[in-house]
Design a protein around this ligand. Sequence first.
Ligand SMILES: Nc1ncnc2c1ncn2[C@@H]1O[C@H](COP(=O)(O)OP(=O)(O)OP(=O)(O)O)[C@@H](O)[C@H]1O
Ligand SMILES: [Mg+2]
Length: 248
Amino acid sequence: MTITIAAVEVHKRFGGVLALRDVSISVAEGQVVGLIGPNGSGKSTLLNVMAGVERPTAGRVVLDGKRVDGLPAHRIVERGVAKTHQIPRPFLGMTTEDNVTVAALYGSWKVRDAGAAREQARKVLNLIGLDGQADALAASLTVQTRKRLEFGRAIATGARILLLDEIFAGLSPDELREAIRLFTHVQEEIGFGALVVEHVMPAVLTISEHVVVIEEGRKIAAGTPSEVVRDPNVIEAYLGTEAARAAT
Ligand SMILES: Nc1ncnc2c1ncn2[C@@H]1O[C@H](COP(=O)(O)OP(=O)(O)OP(=O)(O)O)[C@@H](O)[C@H]1O
Ligand SMILES: [Mg+2]
């Protein structure tokens, strides 16, 4: 049976800031959904609410038909949903392989044997092309490689749905093409579902079958990639952002 995670009519308030206003979104195993929006529009907050890192102020998160908002993050990981951090947080004093091994021990596979976890970690490193850096200390990795490691750690938990926060940010055009190719290969290989957050549009539009756009905490559009790029609300949100950027 495939699993689905859904945020339903979620609101999230931080003091005076209403970071999410009535946002609903769902992702099924095997499906890639993009979530885009300008800086500060609430993308990371929505992932945090779905991953159990933050509690919604109102609304609910439903995983496989059961309410999971209010559960701590590690319980959600055990149920097969793993999130990457927008700013990677590996254990800096540990090697790449050890970092992935810890994720395998902690996740939904319930691997409790260190040898089996290490074997799992090696498979994942191979799949994501980090096997050559297995013995490097995480502290020595570039930001981009740390992002790839973060992706590997999420996969190694055995997650059937990944919540990915800007894993493609800051790449050159060549690196981006390579990262998209790798992502698609790994996704087809494992068949996980993914909610992919980016504020760079091209990557998301290429890999997603469905795209949701938020602005200032509100869902302003949803549809196929070609539908959302033609949506007047989306064009205005993005042109507005670009114009504001150009003016600063
Ligand atoms: N822990 C927090 N405490 C207070 N305010 C927060 C917190 N987390 C997020 N916010 C606020 O909520 C709003 C949404 O932030 P969020 O990080 O979700 O945006 P984002 O779309 O991920 O932005 P970016 O593209 O810059 O990563 C912002 O106004 C932000 O300042
Ligand atoms: Mg963010």
